[in-house]
Structure formats: C-alpha cells, structure tokens
Design a protein around this ligand. Sequence first.
Ligand code: GRF
Length: 195
Amino acid sequence: MKRKRVGVLISGRGSNMAALVEAARDPAYPAEIVCVDSNKPDAAGLKFAQGRNISTHVIDHKNYKTREAFDAALNDYLQSQKLDLIACAGFMRVVTSLLLESWAGKMINIHPSLLPLYKGTHTHERALADGARIHGCSVHFVTAELDGGPVIAQAEIPVLPDDTPETLSARVLVEEHKLYPKALAMVARQTPSTL
Ligand code: GRF
C-alpha cells in the first residue's frame, strides 16, 4: 500500500509531531510525514523537524487580519504539498470552514482529555478540580465543533492522589506519544490515496 502523505500542524514544542516522525521512520508505517507547518515562527518543533530533513514552513497568524485570511493561506500551502492527511499536534488555532470543508475526514487532532470530557484548555487542572479518577487523551477528527469531532482512539491513565496538573500532564503526554502514531496509522490505512 502506498504510504499516505501527512502534513503536521504545530504551534510550539512539537513532541507529538516528533512521535509521529519517529513512528514514520519505519518503512512499514502507513504514513510519511512530508511537512511541518507552524503558526509561530519560534516553535521549538520546527528545529526538530529540520533536523530530520522534513520540510518546514511558517504561516504566522499575526500577519493576517482575519482567521479566514490565515486559513486561506494555510489551505493554499497544504494543498500545494499534495497531502492525504493533516495531523494537528498542539496547533493552537481554531480552524474555519474553508479548512474544515477542504479537509473533511482528513484532518485529525490530539487532545489531552478523555473526550467528550474537558474540551478546550486547562484539561488537567479541570480533571483534578473535579476529582476525576481516570484521565487521558483522545485523537479525533477535526470538525466545526471545537474538540467535538468523532473520536478515533483514546488512552486512559489513573489519576493519583498526589497528582498536580504538571505530574498528570506529564503522564498523559507519555500516552499521547504512543496513541497518536497508532491512531494516525489506523486512519492512514483507511484513507484512500488522493494522489
Ligand atoms: C499536547 O498535550 C496536545 O494534546 C495538546 O497540546 C499539547 C501539545 O504538545 N493539543 P506538543 O507540542 O505536541 O509537545
């Protein structure tokens, strides 16, 4: 089967992107990471990708007056890369209808909670404040509802009595790095090649 061409969108550290890149080093992995785009020029993840000879690109949202104009530029870039799938990995922008429609069923995201619980930000703080005993992460399709698209895969961890947002976040992140490559592989195997 032809490997699917995947572009990754980041805004910062890029540790989930790095996990995808590592997984895709295996020639049997059903996807290849062909490019990494950031909306922040100083995103640390860009350096990692460059170090792996992956094409990187920056489309700085600050250079665009509206979300729609930013999304139009991003869509043009993503289309130019002839991608089969897009993986958002800590990409801190809400996408608009242009991107959603162009990439419906082809754009996925990782979120640090067991969706539908704790959509949005500060998921670990909110789980602890609620006294949650189980927490985790989800990979889902991106739709118009923020963090509300169909869930592809989830990983659970126990919340420990002395957990802080930092310790909980660190343990969830370990699971994210295992879950995202698995979920992307599942989606890639089921996606017909568009090329
Ligand atoms: C991860 O926790 C991810 O679930 C969330 O933002 C964080 C990004 O971390 N959407 P990284 O940039 O992948 O290291």
